[in-house]
Design a protein around this ligand. Sequence first.
Ligand SMILES: Nc1ncnc2c1ncn2[C@@H]1O[C@H](COP(=O)(O)OP(=O)(O)OP(=O)(O)O)[C@@H](O)[C@H]1O
Length: 464
Amino acid sequence: MSHTVLLVDDEARLADVLTVAIERLGYRVLSADSGEAALRLLESEPVDLLLTDLRMPGLSGRDLLRESKKRRPGLPVVVMTAYSSVKDAVEVIKEGAFDYIGKPFEIDDLETVLKNALLLSNALADNERLRKELVGRYRFDNLVGASPAFRKVIESITEVCESRANVLISGESGTGKEMVARAIHYNSPRRDHPFVAINCAAIPETLLESELFGHVKGAFTGAVVNRPGRFEQADRGTLFLDEIGDMPTSIQAKILRVLQERAFEPVGSVRTRAVDVRIVAASNKDLRQEVQLGNFREDLFYRLNVFPITLPPLRERVEDIPSLAHFFLEGFNSDMGKRIEGFSPAALAAMSGYGWPGNIRELQNCIERAVIVCKSEQIGEGDLPRYLSAPRPVANGTPAFPIDLDGELARIEQELIIAAVNRAEGIQVNAAALLGINERSLWHRIKKFGIQITKRAGGEPPLR
Ligand SMILES: Nc1ncnc2c1ncn2[C@@H]1O[C@H](COP(=O)(O)OP(=O)(O)OP(=O)(O)O)[C@@H](O)[C@H]1O
């Protein structure tokens, strides 16, 4: 395909002669008699090179050069002038012109200049494309996935990582929220400072404040030394507040203050400490809904939600299952010194047909188990838990042997937990009591299965 040259000259006769000559060289020519007309063509036409006269009434060649650099930075510009002078040449080159040609010139000279300008701009464009590809690959090489839904996530990370904006990552359990938080940190200007993570749901309310803000000696029984909190540890870096939806309201107010004033006081201290921390928060609950239910402060929600990223559940990015499965297979192969080459079509089909309530973490666990049990060079359907593809093994009280006992027990466990959590209206301590286990054990199981929990509004619900 021939390249398009936009020729700009206010002298109509010369423009006509040049148009014919340039067309003979094999280019398509668009002609404009002023800088203004040229800008309009630049907006609407696919132009590969701008060849402009320097002195023109209205918008001069130099003005046009500047404007074109703003609109199309990669477009090569060649400037022509009747008043050939070194000073003009230096100036236009400084402003970003590719070359300069003094009138009158031989068509052969023009041909060489045009050819070189186009060659260089193609090379630069290729270079930029390759650079972007490489940066993309090395930056996010551990984030596997090419589905449209996941590509959007990568785009969001690319957009936000350079800034200081707070980020709120939403997504079901095991969808990769922490991984994304790390990708943001390690691709941000803060990458040489700490990435500190804290799981707000895993720490009892009484300890959370001191965990976040630290404490001074004597602040409470057991505080025998001054201890810095996570905010201080993350100074100049990133603090990842995981499961922020489970943060008690009293602490939410304190987090809001750090976001607004970039300052806090350790527990037991009256001295204010300044801190420079970027917050990346994550939640597997719908925080907007939590705000409506009165469980989460609206002002904090808006502070955190400056840049929201939503991670799709694995069942909505089924296309990524094979590449994720291979990625995990490679990792476990090398951890366990195995050489399993891949998956049978039936195994891939079973994985693609399953709903993955625990998302990528569940897939990862499943591949780990398969690598352990697999005895051949390919993971087959039989190496995967039966519940991935098998229909229910107990119908009308009669077991359809053989069954996958572990898989079935996991399924029943999951169902009972969901039922208890629903009965307890999302209040985990009550659900744990219903199941006869402690709250911590329940929390671990909820995490393992990726169960979604939504508390209902209106205080402690009665247990039935
Ligand atoms: N795109 C991905 N490519 C490769 N591995 C991934 C990807 N996303 C997540 N993982 C892996 O899946 C597992 C779960 O991810 P992660 O812990 O980031 O999820 P999460 O959403 O933070 O979970 P939770 O809500 O339970 O804290 C991790 O082992 C992580 O390495």
